[in-house]
Design a protein around this ligand. Structure first.
Ligand SMILES: [Zn+2]
Length: 687
């Protein structure tokens, strides 16, 4: 094909871009020849008709891997230039190396096709608008990606094969070493072994990683770590045990004697960055139990995992967590009635009293927003405790036993029906079988149909039987023996006694509650707290509790009094208001009578203006002001007031205010400048 024919005058008017890339710095250093070849292409462009000025070299990505376009500013610049239609020719050594990632490559091809850009490599010149050229370029890209994949597969395949045989060298964990025959064995150092055993023992006892850390810290036991690199290879260093370390150890199946490989997978996220995610056990690449001696048995490992999951530490799940020492009975059991998240407990010490409350702060903490809601703990604990005591009474248990009987009787009925269904299927099968047996063999068509019917019936029978077995198993309930009944009856009288016994610890109370209750949902408004208890087994109980007033609410002036003060303040001074309220029998929040000062304080808290401010706002004047207004000496103005010609009132303890005259006196002197505004005036005279 005539390659020159592909280059048109239109192409020659635009730039030619040479994209130079070597994946690694090592390649940049060692593979000079390839770099030289890449620059050789520049000469090729000149042969095709581009002059030196038009040829741009992009070599910013020297030393960057081509696996993705992220972090390759050069490649991104290339794509940008091409998509702006400024490029007539793109050159690269074996063009597929422009982008090792197929998606990037095809995107580039598409843009080149749209903008009519040619592509050149050492093999020839391609026009992405031509089907044949596009096919070859696509193939080159695919092969390039395949090459990368093969390289990786060969590397990882070797590792995986070794891992499958359990022979892959993995950095030994604390408590293990490789012996001279490369076997994974217990660390011969007795102190290290002791520390590992103590960790597992403590977890067995306490069931919490945090408690393990506390135990180590309380007894000043440090955690040994053997170094495996550098000058200090084989040395042991001691450091403080941390919760994260404990969790890693508890989650690591190697301590239970299993060899594992590929417990995580790295995935590229939408941002192009790798994300590591843990896999479920079924998806681990290699799992060889009993590959080496273990500090714990596999059974214990499983129990530990279940326990950690419940503690909610393992995967940050929303779970109740272990019972702790605090006094809040519902710790871990409370759900927020507003947003559905689990509420946590917050303790506070007020004076010498320790109070607890349930708070929903998780979303607030995560997003930096306000707390969702909080509910005072004591009242809720009291109500739920009482509900538990009420639930476990002889009468309630009697009812429960009766219901149980009832259910059993009903189940027996259902069982009879189910068995009848199986019987019927069996009869139909037998009938089909008999019909098949009686048919004449020479009548092939009939025989075939009958045989099919018989087969169908047998399948139905098998299905009915399986169904019956499954249902019977699901129903499998034991009839309580008389002994069990007696014990249940005894529990009814024992439970309230134990619950109320002051010797019963909070921890035990919490454990008892957890046996009875699945969770408690709390919601509140200004007046009430709504408590919904979900019992084990699905029954629910709801309670509405009056919301306890907080200490400041208890001494807050009642709303009715505030309204009263607001109304009175337009016609009375603080002194008068206090008198009025006292005479009407009102008392402050703390139960005391009102004084001028208390009224002043309440007014300032609620932003109610005083009588003085109210009058001034309505244009009432001080003595000098009124004198100037009517154009007389203040003494004269005062005389007018005493004679009743001017209306005057006492606006507060210190000040008198005069009603402005409706008609301006003909003797008034022209006022000099603007009269001072009332509020400014107020502050100067009041001060
Ligand atoms: Zn909430």
């Amino acid at each position: 094909m005539n390659t020159q024919a592909k280059v048109t005058a239109e192409h020659l008017r635009k730039q030619a871009i040479l994209y130079v890339r070597q994946s690694t710095l090592h390649q940049v250093k060692e593979n000079r020849e390839s770099t030289a070849l890449q620059y050789d292409l520049k000469r090729h462009a000149q042969e095709l008709g581009w002059n030196d000025k038009q040829t741009v070299v992009i070599d910013e990505d020297l030393g960057h891997s081509g696996a993705t376009a992220m972090d390759r500013s050069g490649f991104q610049r290339l794509v940008a230039e091409v998509s702006l239609g400024r490029v007539g020719l793109v050159m690269g050594l074996s063009v597929s190396r422009l982008a090792r990632n197929n998606a990037d490559w095809h995107r580039l091809l598409e843009i080149c096709a749209l903008t009519g850009t040619l592509i050149v490599d050492e093999d020839g010149i391609y026009d992405p608008n031509h089907f044949n050229d596009r096919l070859i370029l696509g193939l080159k890209g695919t092969m390039s990606e395949a090459e990368l994949h093969m390289l990786r597969a060969r590397l990882i395949g070797g590792l995986l094969n070794k891992a499958r045989r359990g022979e892959l060298w993995v950095r030994p964990l604390t408590g293990y070493v490789y012996d001279e025959r490369q076997r994974f064995v217990f660390d011969p150092d007795a102190q290290i072994q002791g520390a590992v055993r103590l960790l597992f023992e403590t977890f067995r006892r306490t069931g919490s990683a945090g408690q393990v850390v506390k135990h180590f810290s309380k007894h000043s036991i440090l955690w040994p770590c053997r170094l495996f690199e550098g000058k200090r290879d084989g040395k042991v260093v001691y450091r403080k045990l941390q919760r994260g370390m404990v969790l890693n150890i508890l989650h690591n199946p190697r301590y239970a004697g299993a060899f594992v490989y590929g417990r995580t997978r790295t995935r590229k996220g939408p941002d192009g960055k790798p994300h590591i995610c843990s896999l479920a056990r079924d998806n681990w690449q290699v799992f060889l139990p009993n590959a080496h001696p273990g500090y714990i048995s596999w059974e214990e490992y499983e129990i530990n995992q279940a326990r950690l999951l419940q503690n909610g530490h393992s995967e940050g799940r929303d779970s109740p967590g272990p019972v702790r020492e605090g006094s809040a009975l519902l710790q871990g059991l409370v759900l927020c009635g507003r947003c559905g998240l689990r509420m946590t407990v917050r303790y506070r010490v007020l004076k010498d009293r320790r109070t607890s409350s349930y708070v929903c702060a998780r979303r607030g903490i995560e997003t930096g927003g306000p707390m969702c809601q909080f509910v005072v703990g004591a009242v809720v604990d009291e109500a739920v405790g009482q509900a538990a005591v009420d639930a476990v009474t002889p009468a309630a248990l009697d009812v429960a036993l009766q219901v149980f009987e009832e259910l059993r009787a009903r189940r027996a009925d259902v069982d009879r029906l189910r068995r009848a269904q199986v019987e019927r299927a069996r009869e139909e099968t037998e009938l089909a079988q008999r019909q098949y047996m009686l048919a004449r063999p020479e009548n092939r068509l009939v025989v075939d149909t009958l045989e099919r019917q018989w087969n169908d019936c047998m399948a139905k029978l098998a299905q009915a039987e399986a169904e019956y077995a499954r249902a019977a198993k699901a129903d499998g309930m034991l009839e309580p023996s008389s002994d069990v009944r007696e014990r249940i009856a005894a529990l009814a009288s024992d439970f309230p006694r134990v619950w109320k016994d002051p010797r019963t610890s909070v921890r035990d109370r919490k454990r008892m509650l957890r046996l009875l209750i699945d969770d408690v949902t709390l919601a509140r408004n200004e007046e009430l707290i709504y408590v919904h208890i979900r019992w084990k087994g699905g029954a629910t109980t709801s309670r509405e509790l009056p919301r306890p007033r907080s200490s400041f609410e208890l001494i807050r002036t009642p709303a009715a009094v505030i309204n009263e003060i607001r109304a009175l303040a337009t016609e009375q001074t603080d002194d008068q208001i206090a008198g009025t309220l006292n005479s009407r029998g009102y008392r402050s929040g703390a139960g005391r009578s009102f004084t001028r000062h208390r009224i002043g304080y309440v007014r300032s808290c609620y932003g109610i203006e005083s009588y003085h401010q109210h009058l001034q706002r309505n244009g009432w004047l001080t003595l000098p002001e009124i004198a100037r207004e009517i154009g007389v000496h203040p003494h004269t103005a005062w005389t007018y007031a005493r004679k009743g010609l001017l209306r005057v009132v006492r606006a507060n303890a210190k000040h008198l205010l005069f009603e402005p005259p409706t008609v301006r006196s003909p003797f008034a002197r022209p006022s000099k400048g603007r009269r001072r505004v009332s509020c400014e005036h107020y502050t100067t005279t009041a001060g």
